[in-house]
Design a protein around this ligand. Sequence first.
Ligand code: ADP
Ligand code: MG
Length: 479
Amino acid sequence: MDKEPGSSLPQPTSPQGSPQLAASWARIRGRLRDEVGEVEYRTWLRQMTLAGIEGDEAIVLLPTRFLRDWVRGHYGERLRALWLSEVPGVRRVDIRVAAGMTDAGPEHGLGESLVPRAVEPARPSVPAAPATTGDRAGDWIAPLEPRFTFDTFVVGKPNEVAHACARRVSERPNSPGFNPLFLYGGVGLGKTHLMHAIAWGIRERGDLSVAYMSAEKFMYRFIAALRSQSTMEFKESLRSVDVLMIDDLQFLIGKDNTQEEFFHTFNALVDAGKQIVVSADKSPSDLSGIEDRLRTRLGWGMVADLHATTYELRLSIVEAKTSAAGVMVPPKVLELLAHKITSNVRELEGALNRLIAHANLFGRTVTMDSVQEVLADMLRAHEKRISIEEIQRKVSEHYNIRLTDMASPRRARNVARPRQVAMYLAKQLTQRSLPEIGRRFGNRDHTTVMHAVSRIAELMAADPSFAEDVALLRKMLET
Ligand code: ADP
Ligand code: MG
């Protein structure tokens, strides 16, 4: 960017070129996220990128047509309003599919006119603080998500211990050995869900007051109290609760003052026989940056972890969620999801929400084809990693040559051609560079690999049955 220093800011064009623009965009996304909630945001909006501003128009990109149409139909107007309030010069928003990312699906022609509000994933109405708690911890309490109850939590091997502990605390707060309850595990594995479930359970019985909040919120409240010199009220309101739940404690790492305050609150509550529940992304002993005395106290009660999901748990989760939503999804599709979307439950839910919305919108049942279309971007990201070894093995099996021939100097056609096919597939199916591929094929030069790639492409163009052969190999490797 050849911006002259000191000159008035030129019309911004791309977010890379303009920090202000990037900041505005970040704020717009943040506001949208607050408005629609985490789940909805992740399902539909997380993948938006800003291409830039052209005239009075902001250009927003999404990876697939389906997402583009959906975002246009549901959030287009809101995006426009947010843009206008951030950057008054921007009056229109153009939502497009990112170049090079067009999915194979048909055009749906789902325009602005079609705003299928009715099929939106039901948004929880934010519950008011329960009457029983009165004003004691009043505006402190973060709203609980109605979906996050024990009924909707699917139990499997990876979470059965954490679940049992959570239930126990919910049914009988402050049981010996369960205070504090410390739940930990990676992102999207159900910590927040379990914490809310505990809180709902306790509130249902109605006689105990529960304060649930993220550690971040705790920190902001504390800092605000310091500023307004109301730390006494802060302390009192917190110490008057029966159950204190702090989510994502790792946010307090390195925040010494807040940690100190939390430590004192913690001790005061435990001494008064109140229950504490804490979650974090790591176990107390692995939470570096937490003061030792706090760490020690955190480990006093029950420490339970949520392990990474297994295929079985993922399958049970998608089964439970589709049947709760009342949509018919063929078992094959559910298996595909459980098989492919392995990172965490949040991603899995996002995929499922999209499928359900798609099915409702187009009034048809979910099929293998619609999955490929609707989840193109997600499935791409979770594509199976294929190794050069695997390719060599499959190709030599297919052409009936020895695996060692892949790396041998032999140049006889019956060996050289399959070797070229393997090099071609290695280039297409892995992220390896040409020199790296060459090395794995008996230390050949990268120009040899290059030659193989173009030779095979030529042969495929000239000979359909050869092309079919290679396509078959490719398919076998990919699935
Ligand atoms: P964390 O707080 O560990 O990052 P969350 O509790 O927010 O994760 O879970 C992410 C999403 O996955 C939530 O929508 C939650 O309902 C869902 N989820 C996680 N684990 C389960 C489970 N075992 N059964 C049903 N839903 C789950
Ligand atoms: Mg959480």
